[in-house]
Design a binder for this molecule. Structure first.
Ligand SMILES: NC(=O)c1ccc[n+]([C@@H]2O[C@H](COP(=O)([O-])OP(=O)(O)OC[C@H]3O[C@@H](n4cnc5c(N)ncnc54)[C@H](OP(=O)(O)O)[C@@H]3O)[C@@H](O)[C@H]2O)c1
Length: 239
């Protein structure tokens, strides 16, 4: 069995990546921060399908000590999926060091240091890293400057690590378009959502399975590295 670590794997897109990898014969390590109950329930579901195939691990990813502790708990690894992320508006006049550190450390710092610290384990098994980025890594989403910067950095990290960790570790990315509305979203009303959907060539949001399937595709494509696939229903055609 191959082994995959999925950060932020308890809920939403991360949970689907966990399930799809599991059904593609990966044993999964489900990372969580606050969602212990959901992580445990998911692990139980998967262990009922295949004994000892899912474990859970806690880490606060803005904290380098916590990242190092997570690394020490993982001796063998074939696939790291950097999925955990925070997303909230940061209009430029309102950005302070707290929001900067929160977003940059979660979305950019932690994928870098996780990749660094797990690169030896990955290289021992010709492994792969898949970063979950965002189509707004390229063209900015208004009022989300720090998020845009973090994801743009993650896109460059994908390419720079693909170069530096080759030939023993491949590094790729998946850039989702609109898949799920943010969980505690109070700022986007129905009209704004309709306008957003109108700009998607396929006229609908994507499914969590669309992202998970792209992760599996990249993880099982031994001659692809340094590439980022947009899974956005054609949203970037109209950006
Ligand atoms: N949703 C979309 O339509 C969309 C669009 C474009 C890109 N994306 C990207 O796709 C990925 C998944 O999206 P999503 O909407 O499913 O993500 P999400 O629900 O916003 O967050 C995923 C998980 O990240 C974990 N997390 C956040 N901050 C953390 C921290 N400091 N330390 C440890 N874990 C932390 C949380 O785990 P706990 O719950 O355990 O605390 C959370 O459940 C993200 O990288 C996102 O940027 C999503």
């Amino acid at each position: 069995m191959k082994i995959a670590l999925i950060t932020g794997g308890a809920k939403r897109i991360g949970a689907q990546i966990v399930k799809t990898l599991h059904s593609n014969n990966y044993d999964v390590i489900i990372h969580y921060r606050n969602s212990k109950k959901e992580a445990q329930e998911l692990a139980t579901l998967l262990n009922n399908k295949r004994t000892n195939s899912a474990t859970i691990v806690h880490a606060e990813l803005t904290n380098i000590g916590s990242i190092n502790k997570l690394k020490r708990s993982i001796p063998k690894l074939d696939l790291l999926v950097n999925n955990a992320s925070v997303f909230y508006p940061t209009p430029v006049p309102e950005v302070d060091q707290n929001s900067w550190n929160d977003i940059i450390n979660t979305n950019l710092m932690s994928p870098f240091f996780l990749s660094q610290s797990l690169s030896l384990a990955l290289s021992n098994r010709n492994g792969c890293i898949v970063n979950i980025i965002d189509i707004h890594s390229d063209r900015p989403l208004k009022n989300h400057s720090v998020y845009n910067i973090s994801k743009s950095g993650l896109a460059m990290m994908t390419k720079t690590l693909a170069k530096e960790l080759s030939p023993s570790v491949r590094v790729c990315g998946v850039s989702p378009g609109s898949i799920l509305w943010p969980k505690d979203d109070t700022t986007t009303n129905q009209h704004d959502k309709d306008v957003m959907i109108e700009k998607i060539a396929l006229r609908r949001q994507g499914e969590v399975e669309d992202i998970a399937n792209a992760v599996v595709f990249l993880a099982s494509s031994p001659y692809i590295t340094g590439q980022i696939i947009s899974v956005d229903g054609g949203r970037t055609l109209n950006q």
